[in-house]
Ligand binder design. Structure first.
Ligand code: HEM
Length: 179
């Protein structure tokens, strides 16, 4: 009897959530709905793929992406590079609030990855970069793509860059660059 009531309670909880919010968890999406909280990410990904096939890509606006900058512990952390968005929650020690690479979280800062201008070049604007620097952008994309704990979640849509807008000038304190 008790077990039956409990089972019905659970079924109604999820069914009610789906009918009202069109999600199974009352609109909540965060740490506790992330399988990585319970099982290592690599096992989660292969399990998910073998059951459901390749995941559907999410599409973010720049504003939506900003929510995933690590300042809300209930949300995953995303970084974007040249339009591709990656889940780097497993690297919260680098990207979380107050961490050394927090400035990369919640945005597409592709330019800063190759210029080292961690304050002034937090933009996807790649105009004026050298061949070598553009290869550097690809290098970082591959880094996230092939990382055993990070995975791609989708794309961020950028407004087109105004071709008359000035190209971001080089900065003085470029990290990791020869003066
Ligand atoms: C353009 C310059 C640089 C960029 C774009 C960059 C970017 C990054 C990123 C994204 C990570 C996080 C890796 C992850 O997610 O696991 C990282 C880690 C790290 N970076 Fe940098 N970095 C730069 C320069 C430097 C310099 C100059 C140093 C040292 C003087 C440095 C030291 C480190 C260290 C120690 C780690 C941790 C690596 C590990 O143990 O896995 N980085 N870097």
């Amino acid at each position: 009897m008790g077990v039956t009531v409990l089972l019905w309670g659970i079924i109604l909880f999820f069914l009610g959530s789906y009918l009202i919010t069109e999600t199974w968890t009352w609109g909540y999406r965060g740490k506790w709905t992330n399988l990585n909280t319970y099982i290592p990410a690599s096992i989660c990904i292969s399990l998910h793929r073998s059951i459901f096939g390749p995941p559907k890509e999410l599409v973010f606006s720049e504003e939506q992406l900003m929510r995933y900058d690590g300042s809300n512990p209930n949300l995953p952390i995303y970084v974007a590079i040249d339009g591709d968005v990656y889940d780097v929650t497993a690297g919260s020690m680098w990207y979380g609030l107050g961490a050394s690479y927090h400035h990369f979280a919640g945005k597409d800062a592709a330019r800063a990855y190759v210029t080292g201008c961690f304050q002034d070049h937090l933009t996807h604007d790649l105009r004026g970069l050298s061949e070598k620097q553009l290869k550097g952008v690809d290098h970082w994309k591959k880094f996230y793509e092939n990382h055993h704990k990070y995975f791609k979640v989708g794309r961020v849509l950028h407004a087109p860059i105004d071709e008359h807008a000035p190209i971001p000038p080089p900065c003085k304190q470029a990290v990791g660059q020869k003066p």
